[in-house]
Design a protein. Structure first.
Length: 428
């Protein structure tokens, strides 16, 4: 019964899962600012910094669909723990290379490729794990908490990364290694159900069932042969193409990720051109997290009032205007304010998309569909940091921000011209 479902704050598995995600996000955000600042300090090349960011994104993109199918087929708890463990080893390897003086551009490229691969598996594994341990009636609240977590990491991560990079090149990578190691511990404590068949516990209100129940293998289950990865990919693609509104939203997300991928590096170059230090750069980038955190706090209310289709049109319009304002060459700290506004509006769209996907997609397909949607929406995103680095190197960071802002405005215009997208709701 619905009345028997405990509140989300008492769902120990979800809270452990959330804490692990928070630690991973913190490490990722430290890495997001430390990598370009380190490469700019070592090579002086914005294009090389953009190349490393592009490799990370491309690695995550290429592995995403196989990762989603693997999560649907196999033990998602083991996948979660292995991916977290590889992230720890990868961070330690980069740190060791920096200490030994061997971590040149090739070392950073290898680190980026491995980290992207880990993120490809962690994304769908966490999404299906949330579905497994959270009742359907609490999914919107769970995704709102997840959104708050990601933006809290964006508050702390850039500030910590900027300060630590100012202290020394090794410091941010040591912090990143500690953060992802803590994430592995929390993932182990969460003990999420291993297989999709165990997910029904959450929907019957027993998300806090004992670990022994969650660990029970399906020894008595009848196993049937499964189709190959290509067949399962085709099934997922057919399912997505048959969902009007969802497919149009995916196109909008593709364009938004392309434009958004150019923002961080362009912003860093822009702040540096105005005389900003590494510490000030980190402070300005905390605007992304502060705005996102504030937006996440009201995202549940917003998504209850505004349909997801209208959010998919309005959000990129606001983002475009904010980036153009951030490009104004006033003072190094000025971009903090438009960037804060930039991130204030994004959580509502993210929460709405996560809740809609979890509600519409069958449990046995959630890994595949989530990966397919992620892969589709990110299909152009590896070009973002690469284009951003090239534009920032040739035109300057400010003009690169203007170009990205124009891309967001064109995306909003295209969405507004689609009646299907404008009318898309969770019940579509």
């Amino acid at each position: 019964m619905e009345a028997m479902i405990p509140p989300l704050r008492r769902n120990a598995r979800f809270q452990f899962l959330w804490a692990g995600s928070a630690c991973t996000t913190l490490g990722t955000e430290i890495n997001r600012i430390a990598l370009p600042l380190t490469l700019l300090a070592l090579t002086g090349s914005a294009a090389r910094a953009g190349l490393v960011a592009a490799v990370l994104t491309a690695s995550m993109l290429l592995a995403q669909m196989p990762a989603g199918i693997w999560v649907d087929r196999h033990d998602r708890r083991r996948i979660l723990l292995i991916a977290q463990a590889v992230q720890v080893l990868n961070a330690v390897a980069l740190l060791a290379g920096l200490v030994a003086g061997y971590a040149g551009l090739p070392g950073f490229l290898v680190f980026a490729a491995v980290d992207g691969l880990c993120q490809a598996f962690l994304g769908p594994a966490r999404q299906v794990s949330i579905r497994a341990v959270v009742p359907s009636s609490q999914l919107r609240g769970a995704f709102a908490q997840e959104e708050a977590r990601s933006h809290a990491g964006r508050v702390a991560g850039p500030a910590i990364g900027g300060v630590l990079t100012g202290v020394g090149l090794l410091a941010p990578y040591l912090a990143m290694a500690v953060s992802v190691a803590a994430a592995w511990v929390f993932a182990m404590l969460a003990k999420v159900p291993r297989r999709p068949e165990e997910d029904e516990e959450a929907d019957t209100g027993s998300a806090s069932a004992t670990d022994e129940e969650a660990d029970t293998p399906e020894d008595g289950a009848t196993r049937t042969s499964r189709p190959g990865m290509l067949a399962e990919t085709r099934d997922a693609l057919r399912w997505l193409l048959a969902r009007r509104g969802l497919r149009e939203m995916t196109l909008v997300l593709m364009a938004m990720n392309l434009c958004g991928g150019a923002v961080t590096l362009s912003l860093i170059v822009h702040i540096r051109s105005l005389g900003g230090t590494a510490t000030l750069t980190g402070f300005v980038l905390t605007g992304i997290g502060i705005g996102g955190l504030l937006g996440a706090l009201v995202s549940g209310w917003v998504t209850g009032k505004v349909a997801i289709g209208r959010l998919a049109v309005g959000v990129p319009a606001v983002l475009g205007l904010c980036l153009i304002l951030a490009a104004l060459p006033w003072t190094p700290w000025w971009p903090f304010f438009p960037i804060l506004a930039f991130s204030l509006v994004t959580p509502a769209l993210n929460v709405a998309a996560g809740a809609v996907i979890s509600q519409l997609v069958p449990a046995g397909m959630l890994g595949r569909i989530g990966a397919l949607l992620g892969m589709a929406s990110m299909a152009l995103s590896p070009l973002g940091p690469l284009i951003g680095g090239l534009l920032a190197g040739r035109l300057g960071g400010g003009w690169a921000l203007v170009v990205a802002g124009a891309g967001f405005l064109l995306t909003a215009l295209a969405g507004a011209l689609s009646p299907t997208l404008r009318r898309f709701t969770a019940s579509s």
